[in-house]
Design a protein around this ligand. Structure first.
Ligand SMILES: [Zn+2]
Length: 63
């Protein structure tokens, strides 16, 4: 196997190897992404975070 590119990446949460669909993908699944996020932001849930993002968008649009 010469000159073959290794496309697999290691999931930053569970460490499993996966082939990312996007170059910036860091996790094997959205579950791992959420888990990782929750671990780093324990005070706020992903739903609350998305709600905040929506509010932020509204504020930006009304300007
Ligand atoms: Zn994973």
């Amino acid at each position: 196997m010469r000159g073959e590119k290794k496309l697999e990446k290691k999931c930053e949460f569970c460490g499993r190897e996966f082939i990312p669909k996007r170059y910036w993908q860091r996790f094997c699944s959205s579950k791992c992404r959420w888990r990782y996020w929750e671990r780093n932001h324990p005070r706020i849930s992903i739903e609350e975070y998305e709600e905040l993002n929506k509010l932020r968008k509204k504020i930006n649009e009304s300007r």
